[in-house]
Structure formats: C-alpha cells, structure tokens
Design a protein. Structure first.
Length: 270
C-alpha cells in the first residue's frame, strides 16, 4: 500500500490546511518483525554459583552389598551450561554362592581379589528447561566407562591327604559407550543430589577363568558347570558372557551386549 495523504481546509481557520498521513502496511510489518527478533534473542545463561562438584557414589556399594566399594567423582563446568567429569572407584564383587555348595569336596582359600571402575562424562545442561544455573537441572550427555575385576583362590580336595590341589583364577573387563539423561539438584548452593536416570550403552564384555594344578579333570568340569550356573543366577550382567552358549566358562570369552548405567550420587558444590 502506498502513502495516502488526506488534505482538507477550513475557512474559519483562515485557510489553514490540516494533513493526515496513513502509515503504509509494510512499515508496520517491518516493525513487528523487528520486535519478534528482539523477543527471540538467545537467552543469557545464568552465572553458576560455583564451578565444581565432588560426589560420592554409593550405587556399587548397594548393588553388590559390599561396603568397600568406594566410588568418587569430580565434575567441572567448562562453560555456563556444559561440564566434563571423571569417576574413580574401588570394586569388589561378593563371594559366589556356588563356593558354599562345593565346600564338601573342595576348600577355597582366597589369595587376592580386587577391581576398579572408571568413567569419563560429558554433560550439556538444558538451559531453556532449567530456571537455575548449572550444574543444577536437567542434563543430557555421553560417557565411556570401564569396570575391571580380578580374583585368585587357592583350592584343594577336602578330607584327603592327596597332594592334588590347585588354583582357580579369573578376571572380568567391561567397557561401556553410552548416552545419559539425568537431573542434578543443588540445595542451598552447596549440596548436590545427582540422579542418573537413563544410561543406555553398548558394552564389550571380556572374561577369563582358569584352573591350574593337579585336580581331577572330572572335578574341574563339575566346578566349571556350577560356576556358570551361579554366575547366571547371582550376576545377570556377567551372565551376558555366557548367553545362549553351552555351559562352559573356563578359558577366554568376549562379546558385545547392550547395557545400562544408572546411579545416585551425593556431593558438595564449590
């Protein structure tokens, strides 16, 4: 629409002329568009209260009923809504129940047993959703983690003077690559409660079990069978190594499986 001028005169105003101008539609639309662009301007991220979080993860302790499973993590903000983190922990698995069944024929004497868990995390805090500064709020991200466990037990035949004893040893390694979705609460600007709610992962399992010494081959076969059944019953995740295969665990095995990660952590924000 072009510019329209309306002009009229009034003789009583001694020939004065009054002119009214109508603003064109295109000018109004341009102004509205500018207002919308201003409204859609990228929101300013809030300044974090602090930039670090140290947390204690009791999940392995509760999962395996082992108080020595101590796991700590550290998170550092690298921008106002992104962070990286590292997790380090000591890992012990509980005694396998099948050992109690074999106590009548074999005596097991622990020699060593230990494990570790490590993880690296990246988090993106969803600032449009959160109304408090990171690291408080909903986050999404990715992680890589490693769980390793090794044990060795001395064993010999019970109620016999024969020198046919041996050693049972094994190790387990799990590497996970996955995504995570969770929520971290920061209370009073200092205390953290971190809930990792969803952590699907693609996991590589590898394990090895061996029995050395002068034991009867039939006894070794029986121990192997009982061990596999106990692992599948007591530790379903470790049973992934045996999925759908014949009952055999002695030797080396590896496989890829879909896994899952979850945790509850308590910490200090500083």
């Amino acid at each position: 629409m072009g510019l329209v001028l309306l002009t009229f005169s009034n003789t009583r105003l001694m020939g004065a002329t009054v002119t009214l101008a109508l603003v064109p539609d295109s000018a109004v639309q341009a102004k509205d568009s500018a207002d919308i662009r201003v409204q859609r301007k990228k929101p300013v991220l809030m300044e974090p209260w602090h930039w670090n979080v140290i947390r204690f993860n009791p999940t392995p302790m509760l999962l395996f009923s082992e108080v020595r499973n101590i796991t700590l993590s550290y998170e550092r903000l690298i921008t106002r809504n992104q962070s990286v983190g590292i997790q380090v922990g000591y890992l012990l698995l509980p005694r396998l129940k099948f050992l109690d069944k074999l106590n009548q024929i074999v005596v097991f004497s622990p020699k060593e047993k230990y494990g570790v868990n490590l993880a690296l995390d990246y988090r993106y805090y969803l600032s449009p959703r959160n109304n408090r500064p990171a690291p408080d709020g909903l986050y999404a991200g990715a992680f890589v983690s490693y769980y390793g466990f090794k044990f060795e037990n001395h064993l010999d035949l019970n109620k016999t003077a024969l020198l046919n004893d041996g050693t049972i040893f094994g190790k387990l390694n799990v590497v996970n690559l996955g995504l995570n979705l969770g929520y971290q609460f920061i209370f009073w600007k200092r205390f953290s409660v971190d809930l990792l709610l969803l952590g699907p992962a693609y996991s590589f399992y590898s394990g090895q079990l061996g029995i050395s010494g002068g034991l009867d081959p039939e006894l070794v076969e029986q121990i192997d069978k009982d061990l596999v059944e106990a692992v599948e019953e007591q530790f379903p995740l470790l049973g992934a190594l045996l999925g759908g295969e014949n009952l055999q665990f002695i030797g080396y095995k590896s496989t890829w499986k879909f896994g899952f990660r979850y945790s509850v952590q308590l910490g200090i924000h500083f």
